[in-house]
Write a new protein. Structure first.
Length: 435
């Protein structure tokens, strides 16, 4: 397998784009190679500019749960684009998608469309601060909520990948009111809230953390956050940009039975086009301009192409069997990978829930950011490259997830496990040779 065309494209990309990519975690730096450049995709497969084809477990970092170029999504966008791309004037499809979201996520009575997950969380925090009149926010180490200044504290995803806890350019006075603590450590949250709860506008959490790899909430953790927010008058915000519509029709809040005050959405809601959203109870959301006086806006918010792509995608998830099918597929893959690692004698901690999974090259179970950061990222880099050679595309970072979708078939997963058997042996040989 050669990547000469991708290599040439990467060199040219670096001439015009910082680091050659439009989002850092795509860069491949964490896995010791330049990124591949994609020419086209269909179903669960992507084809790069050298003609190499891969089974794709990134799925554009989650949106493509129905698979690439799904005919229903393509047709919805094609019909919409024939009538124009954007108007900056209300359209009926915005009402239809808002209604669909509210039907699928009962805690959402009103919802505002934006253009990214970052915009969704940034806006939800502004709303929470306005609604409560308080400044402090609580987040969790290793959770990633996009790149808004006040959330770039002990964040996951690309920051975990490159080992940077925050970012230059974010003034201390901006992050002074952001308090990040260990995920799953309810005692520490309760202690902080006993001391400062009256100053806390919101606790924002990924109900299933998927930006430090996949880390599940311990039993009682989310309910504990709900209780402590109720006691202190703070809002509980679920960042369901990844988990929304992925873990259940109503997201993690349906699957895990804890109801937030505000929900942030993204990825799947746009079906691969740029969409984010935030929503919740009407008495909170009505603070947003022009109904209220909390300002947030966006030129392309609710644009018809993205709305139609999102609607077509959500309609593909209406079949109640979808989530048990995705759960079974992902369980099958996770079991195969675990067995392959054991056969090769490679320590692997596999965390999985629904169609989200992650294999940590770690000896101890991974239950939070500090245990995730003990993973052997060099071993992961070898695994990534060996899997790529065998036609399987994984996230180019240990601290991301496998995103399974409706297009992944048993044959794809069998191919993946067979490739992993060889790739794990390469990891073992590398580990042994490096002593
Ligand atoms: P965007 O602004 O990238 O659309 O969404 C930010 C965001 C917010 N909340 C959660 C839980 C998220 O996972 C994300 C973005 N996810 C990463 C992948 N883990 C996006 C990939 C990238 O940054 O290129």
């Amino acid at each position: 397998m050669t990547w000469s065309n991708s290599a040439k494209l990467y060199e040219e990309a670096c001439r015009w784009i910082p680091g050659g990519v439009n989002s850092p975690v795509r860069s491949g730096r964490a896995v010791g190679m330049h990124p591949i450049f994609i020419r086209e995709a269909s179903g669960c497969r992507i084809t790069d500019e050298d003609g190499n084809q891969y089974i794709d477990y990134v799925a554009s970092w989650g949106p493509l749960i129905a698979g690439h170029a799904h005919p229903a999504v393509v047709e919805a966008v094609r019909k919409a684009v024939m009538k124009g791309t954007s108007y900056g004037i209300p359209t009926s499809i915005e009402i239809e998608l808002a209604r669909k979201v509210a039907e699928m996520v009962p805690s959402i009575q009103l919802v505002r469309m934006v253009n990214s997950g970052t915009e969704a969380t940034m806006s939800a925090l502004r709303l929470a601060r306005a609604y409560t009149g308080r400044r402090k926010i609580v987040k969790f180490n290793g959770c990633y909520h996009g790149h808004a200044d006040s959330l770039l504290v002990q964040a996951g995803s690309g920051l975990a990948t490159f080992g940077i806890p925050g970012s230059p350019g974010v003034p201390e006075e901006i992050v002074r009111h952001t308090h990040s603590m260990p995920y799953n450590d309810l005692d520490q949250v309760e202690g902080f809230m006993r001391a400062h709860g009256e100053e806390v506008a919101a606790v924002i959490v990924e109900p299933v953390a998927a930006n430090m790899g996949v880390v599940l909430p311990k039993p009682g953790f989310l309910q504990g956050l709900r209780t402590v927010c109720d006691e202190c008058g703070a809002l509980l915000i679920f960042d369901e940009v990844i988990t929304g519509f992925r873990l259940a029709q109503g997201g993690a809040q349906e699957l895990l039975g804890v109801t937030p005050d505000l929900t942030c959405l993204g990825k799947i809601i746009g079906g691969g086009l740029p969409v984010g959203a935030y929503g919740g109870r009407a008495e909170i959301m009505e603070k947003m301009a022009p109904a209220g006086d909390v300002y947030q806006a966006g030129t392309l918010s609710g644009n018809p192409l993205a709305m139609n792509a999102g609607m077509a995608t959500l309609e593909l998830l209406q079949n109640v069997d979808v989530y048990s099918i995705l759960d079974e597929k992902t369980a099958y893959l996770a079991k195969g990978l675990s067995e392959a690692a054991a056969l090769a004698g490679v320590p692997l901690q596999t965390n999985r829930i629904g169609s989200l999974a992650c294999g940590f090259f770690a000896i101890e179970p991974v239950t939070d950011f500090s245990s995730a950061m003990k993973a052997d990222t060099q071993a992961y880099a070898v695994f990534f490259r060996e899997m790529l050679k065998r036609g399987v595309y994984l996230a180019p970072s240990q601290f991301e997830a496998y995103f399974l979708g409706l297009a992944h078939e048993k044959a794809d997963m069998d191919h993946t496990v067979n490739a992993a058997m060889e790739a794990f042996r390469c990891v073992r040989d590398m580990t042994m040779s490096s002593g």
